[in-house]
Design a protein around this ligand. Structure first.
Ligand code: COA
Length: 286
């Protein structure tokens, strides 16, 4: 299947009811490149442009940004999994053909949509199920997730300098926080790609599994997280993530504030009660 090149197309609804299209503004997404499924308390987001290795077009990024917000705000969803369609790629990064056809002026005016890689705060856990090639923005999306599980076919790389730019979807900031600095430098400055085994050795992924087992592993892990008190899980993620930017003293203060708020919740009563009554707790996220 050939990869179709399409200009970023976003509809702006005017007050008088007529529509016009414009680059760089987010109002209403008109294409469907992201599959958004719900399985119990788990949301599964699948980047769905396998014909061009799930390249991140403006439309796909917009759909993903909206989906993250929907996931964040849906009280029945507790954990998300991000993956790519097809058996070849998680995502080959920015849609280079889309970028190539923009004029200099359009390139300047185009605002690339945000999302978790650009700092959208989602305290619910997000698992990346990296099913294949993850290059540029593909790796950056995986880095923005909390836990990465890789298929044996996964390849990671921040290739941006080979294209005249830098990894500006969080790559220059998150990679050195996750792996040794010298290794991060090599990956970014030499656009070095690493396979799943190397990613595991660096601690970039928490496990490597056979391609056919990837989604089962991700779902099993998601279900395991869902067995625990969801507000506590979110507070723990928040304490970890915000704590990374704090001094130890400030971090301990944050931890105390978060646990104080949790002690007020019904789930914090249910947990010890279920233990005393020798039964499984029924957490409700309240
Ligand atoms: N943007 C747009 N289209 C892309 C793409 C991207 N980032 N990456 C791959 N595609 C398209 C290819 O153009 C091709 O489309 P076509 O069949 O219409 O020609 C299709 O996806 C399959 O890719 P192809 O290059 O034929 O597969 P391959 O197995 O030979 O190579 C890659 C795979 C990923 C090594 C190669 O496509 C590549 O280097 N892509 C660019 C990756 C990159 O640097 N991303 C970072 C962007 S910042």
């Amino acid at each position: 299947m050939r990869c179709l090149v399409s200009k970023p197309f976003v509809k702006i609804r005017k007050e008088n009811g007529s529509d016009h299209s414009l680059h760089g503004h987010i109002q209403e997404v008109t294409t469907v490149h992201l599959l958004y499924e719900k399985k119990g308390h788990v949301a599964i987001l699948t980047m769905n442009r396998p014909e061009c290795l799930n390249a991140l077009s403006i439309s796909l990024l917009q759909e993903m940004e909206h989906a993250w917000i929907e996931f964040r705000d849906d009280k029945d969803l507790w954990v998300a999994i991000l993956t790519g369609a097809g058996d070849k790629a998680f995502s080959a990064g920015a849609d280079l053909k889309e970028i190539a056809q923009l004029s200099q002026e359009e390139r300047k005016r185009t605002i690339r949509p945000g999302g978790i890689h650009k700092g959208l705060k989602v305290w619910k856990p997000i698992i990346a199920a990296v099913n294949g090639l993850a290059l540029g923005g593909g790796t950056e999306l995986a880095l923005a997730c909390d836990i990465r599980i890789a298929s044996q076919k996964a390849v990671f790389g921040l290739t941006e300098v080979s294209l005249g730019v830098i990894p500006a979807g969080g790559g220059t900031q998150r990679l050195p926080r996750l792996i040794p600095l010298s290794k991060a430098m090599e990956m970014i400055l030499a656009a070095k790609r690493i396979n799943a085994q190397e990613a595991w050795e660096l601690g970039l992924v928490s496990r490597v599994v056979a391609p056919m087992d990837l989604m089962d592993e991700a779902l099993t892990l998601a279900q395991k997280i869902c067995e625990h008190a969801p507000l506590a899980v979110r507070a723990a993620k928040r304490a970890i993530m915000e704590g990374l930017d704090l001094s130890l003293e400030e971090g301990l203060r944050l931890e105390s504030e978060l646990v104080r708020a949790l002690r007020e919740t019904e789930d914090a009563i249910e947990g010890p009660r279920a233990f005393a009554e020798k039964r499984k707790p029924k957490f409700q996220g309240k």
